[in-house]
Design a protein around this ligand. Structure first.
Ligand code: HEC
Length: 127
């Protein structure tokens, strides 16, 4: 009897995990969208073909740095040789000038690790 109860408890919590994880992801993306509007939209368009003061960030995750056509990147960014993995994006928004000294992007420093996660989950949606 006890085993059956435990088994059914385990099953129901396993079933609950999937929707909760999806809900978390949506909530993180939504939080990231707001943070992006606050910290990044002034210079970055979400339109795939449009550069603003900064390059378009459409499809930025796993893209090589300085690869958007018709954008005048700094020499530092062109020479950086980095790819925008999650890890590098995290470093970039923690302290962009530490990752690419001489970049033309204004100093950005998102101190809260949770906020960095939200922003990165939002950047994943840009494709
Ligand atoms: C004041 C304007 C400005 C703000 C605000 C800004 N950026 Fe930028 N961003 C730029 C410029 C300009 C560049 C190009 C830098 C270079 O060439 O050195 C850039 C480059 C980038 C790149 C590299 C893109 C590539 O194609 O290699 C990423 C990623 C990026 N920004 C993300 C962000 C995020 C995320 C935010 C918000 C947290 C943000 N930026 C806020 C102006 C800005």
């Amino acid at each position: 009897m006890k085993t059956i109860l435990l088994a059914s408890l385990a099953l129901s919590s396993a079933l609950a995990v999937v929707p909760a994880a999806q809900a978390d992801e949506k909530a993180m993306e939504a939080a990231g969208r707001q943070l992006f509007a606050h910290h990044c939209t002034a210079c970055h368009s979400l339109d795939s073909s449009e550069n603003a003061f900064g390059p378009s960030l459409f499809g930025v995750v796993d893209r090589p740095a300085a690869s958007v056509p018709r954008f005048a990147y700094s020499k530092a960014m062109q020479a950086s040789g980095i790819t925008w993995t999650e890890d590098n994006l995290r470093k970039w928004i923690t302290d962009n000038e530490a990752l690419v000294p001489g970049t033309r992007m204004r100093h950005v420093a998102i101190a809260d690790p949770a906020e960095r996660d939200y922003l990165i989950s939002f950047l994943h949606t840009l494709r």
